[in-house]
Design a protein around this ligand. Sequence first.
Ligand code: F6P
Length: 326
Amino acid sequence: MKNQLKKIAVFTSGGDAPGMNACLRAVVRAGVHFDLEIYGITGGYQGMIENNIHLLNAGSVGNIIQYGGTILKTARSKEFMTPEGRKKAYNNLKEIGIDGLVCIGGNGTYTGAMTLQNEYGIPCIGCPGTIDNDLYGTDFTIGYDTAINTAMDAIDKIRDTADAHNRVFFIEVMGRHSGHIALNAGIAGGAEGIFVPEKDNEFADIICTYEKKSRTKQFSIFVVAEGDEEGHAFELAKKFQENYPETDIRVTVLGHIQRGGKPSANDRILASRIGAHAVKALVEGINGQAVGIVNDQVCFTPFETAIYHKKEINENLWVMNNILTR
Ligand code: F6P
């Protein structure tokens, strides 16, 4: 059933992720389909506070589906975390008559949306945009597929030089407090060992496996999630060196390269589906929730659940990888 929605605004917030542009395109084009006025907020929540809000049309989002980054820019706003900041932001939205918000980003973006909706009653809907894949309520987040492919390509390249020099490499990937990128890029890149925050004592296990293999293996690749509880790649490499003083070890931190680049087909499709369904949901009166795709079905998860439930790594993949790397 249709409600009286007339004007919606869309923004991207938090760390950018490849596919955010595809999501913006879908939101705007779906908005046009539903005869809505669509506004773009440049610079996330900070842009909302600074009234950086402008009208978009179908043409505003032409020729962007293939680009990483976000044409609406993004930010992490400290001011929006204050009641004064949110009041300014809300007043700007009210002035234009915005009656629905599509919020594309990660956990922090959802927290901001939930707070704004709770305080001012403005209907918000979330779209999961982060390379970390750490949002509950969707199998995959927008940007994750591209990021693991970028990480895999980098691992492949490092493998060449590791092989040429008979070296051991510790490669650090992003993921904040989660190990989705490390586990999946590590499997795809054939890493010998993977360190994720969700598991303890990988170092001891890896040493044990390495002992058995060191007679035949001349080089090794270990993938480390930046949030691993045993330390960052440099610390783990140091520990490894203490155990194997003769080994030639190098560390590569992949960093922000994982956030950029052309979104993969999977990310563009995911972003398009999620963006279009976010607008449809707002029109149908669904809000206070995040859109996700679970088992290929569109679903909605209340912000609170999406924010506070941890999305675990795939245990089957973890077990399988331990078998494959023995
Ligand atoms: O959430 C995406 C992410 O890239 C994380 O993987 C990483 O921990 C963080 O953002 C880095 O943030 P910044 O770009 O602010 O350094």
